[in-house]
Design a protein around this ligand. Sequence first.
Ligand code: PEP
Length: 253
Amino acid sequence: MDTKTGKNAMRGKLVVGNWKMNGGLAANAALLGEIASGWTRPAGRELAVCVPSPYLVQAQAALSSTPIAWGAQDVSEHAAGAYTGEVSAGMLVEFGCRYAIVGHSERRANFCDSDGVVAAKAKAALLKGIVPIVCVGETLAEREAGTTEAVVLRQIDAVLDKVGQDASRMVVAYEPVWAIGTGRTATPVEAQAVHATLRVRLARSGAVNVPLLYGGSVKADNAQALFGMADIDGGLIGGASLKSTEFLAIAHA
Ligand code: PEP
């Protein structure tokens, strides 16, 4: 434990870019090249990008000789079969993915990913050795109703019940829905309060050292304050991960 920051040195520090449905071959080549050459790999820190599935092969080619990991933005709960449009964890393994985001609020809201589906996706990823980045977070209405804690605990409990002791191999991202892509960030104190609640719940499942990321309008100028909080181990970065200088500044914060 670092006595100044209260941070546990056992936990990995991780910054992950979520490109969402953005990119193109030429733009990706430039972005991946800039990130690879600008990442100084400070001790104990990891950097990763989660790209649209068609670009996994490009990410693999560009990053496999670098310390930067890559992953997908979703994964099927099924292993194989008649699931048109889905991508399985086994397929992601073939493209060298270390991570798969599951339960992003955009998928929960727009693609009906329920708590049960998110849990099944996390399990499917873990079964193939892929680290699920499990996203949880409340809407503005839920925050204003005072139910933030109940919502994030319901979301994380669904996953913990499903994956059992494999929970220690996950990453969790707290992403308040009202902060995603809005420019409105949770204050470090607001974010830390939710992270502390999640940490207690994860500890009960033997997963106390799981990296707990914050996501929601993280920028170079607010990253350091957020990442300095005791239970915030890094970030899941959307819009700012599409600009190499901004993303690298966040990753080095
Ligand atoms: C995200 O999409 O996970 C996210 C945090 O987006 P943004 O950083 O743009 O708010």
